[in-house]
Design a protein around this ligand. Structure first.
Ligand code: SF4
Length: 339
């Protein structure tokens, strides 16, 4: 690991100032992904700014729902009584992620900022457009190496079936973010140009021609908190994660679902999928189809078929074209207690 400077800050203003001042500066929260990236020299920071002392670890009720601070630990959020009661989908998704030890360290903001687990991204001897973008001078602080995409035409069992580009077919690895997209969360960020609110669905981005950019944060911006609006989904929600082993594995496919049901008719529904795209993948066509319909397996199958329109496999991950719709149907059956 290369030497780096270390600074600890106690106010958001100091954090933003520190990261804006010098290139190659990264925020350090739980460090559960960043330190791995540094050890493997995928990222070579000049300076780390420890933000764990910022007053952003609270979980509090607001007039419109719940506010979760960016440095709240994943395990704290998952175990919070308000989260479990009103947003069980979020609690389930968090508990499906990583291991208990990692959840005790990882933060909400860090979870959002974690990088893909594409193996080519972590191997600096392999081509990867995300780690080593072609454009000179972009993303200084990232290791050099050959450019291209090792996964296209290579090992791509874990990779995307939606929204990929000719430059990158990686997937976003978070479970928590699938729940937050399904629950219509918003993200509050603060930066050198002021504060702004980003719909969670717009926080992460598709790879396009800039696969090195995972999200829509501007330089120097700090994630402050996530707001969850009140909903009627608590009684009928479920996070279903399909993975290679029962613990500590990233999703092959996951589905987060929340429904508002009255007399077996779906009044409202939210659906999002993980393990299938460079960002949490919201299933809006399936949602629209299900609204006003009875909660039946036949309707769930039709919704799943709609959700799969435009899906494309890359060889080793072709099995996801079958696994994904089956997972949608099973998640809906469990959430509606029709399984
Ligand atoms: Fe790199 Fe993306 Fe290709 Fe993986 S899929 S090798 S992260 S460019």
């Amino acid at each position: 690991m290369n030497p780096f400077q270390f600074t600890r800050v106690t106010t958001p203003k100091a954090a933003i100032s520190a990261i804006t001042k010098e290139r190659g500066t990264y925020f350090l929260a739980g460090g559960t992904n960043l330190i791995d990236l540094m050890k493997r020299e995928v990222i070579i920071p000049e300076r780390l700014v420890d933000i764990n002392k910022l007053p952003l670890a609270t979980i509090e009720k607001t007039a419109t729902g719940l506010r979760i601070g960016a440095t709240a630990k994943n395990s704290t959020v998952a175990d919070n009584e308000l989260v479990k009661k009103h947003f069980p989908l979020l609690s389930q998704a968090l508990n499906a992620g990583a291991s208990a030890q990692l959840r005790n360290m990882a933060t909400v903001g860090g979870n959002m900022m974690q990088r893909t687990r594409c193996p080519y991204f972590y191997d600096t001897s392999m081509p990867c457009n995300k780690r080593s973008p072609v454009q000179a001078g972009v993303d200084k602080g990232q290791a050099n190496g050959p450019s291209g995409c090792g996964a296209i035409g290579g090992h791509n069992r874990m990779h995307a079936i939606f929204g990929a580009s000719g430059k990158c077919i990686a997937v976003h690895p978070s479970d928590m973010c699938i729940a937050l997209v399904a629950l219509d969360a918003t993200v509050n960020v603060s930066g050198p140009k002021g504060d702004r609110t980003i719909p969670f669905i717009d926080f992460h981005r598709l790879p396009g021609d800039l696969p090195q950019k995972d999200n829509t944060l501007q330089p120097g911006e700090l994630i402050m908190w996530v707001d969850l609006p009140t909903n009627r989904f608590a009684d009928n929600s479920h996070y279903l994660k399909v993975r290679d082993r029962a613990s500590y594995a990233f999703a092959l496919v996951s589905v987060g679902v929340g429904l508002d049901i009255k007399r077996n008719t779906i009044q409202d529904v939210r659906l999002a999928m993980g393990g299938v795209a460079h960002k949490p993948w919201r299933l809006t066509a399936a949602e629209e189809f299900l609204k006003g319909k009875p909660a039946t397996e036949a309707n769930f199958k039709q919704a799943a078929a709609l959700a799969m329109q435009g899906a494309k496999g890359y060889g080793e991950n072709d099995f996801k074209l079958t696994l994904a719709p089956n997972t949608i149907v099973n998640a809906l059956k469990t959430a509606t207690k029709t399984a």
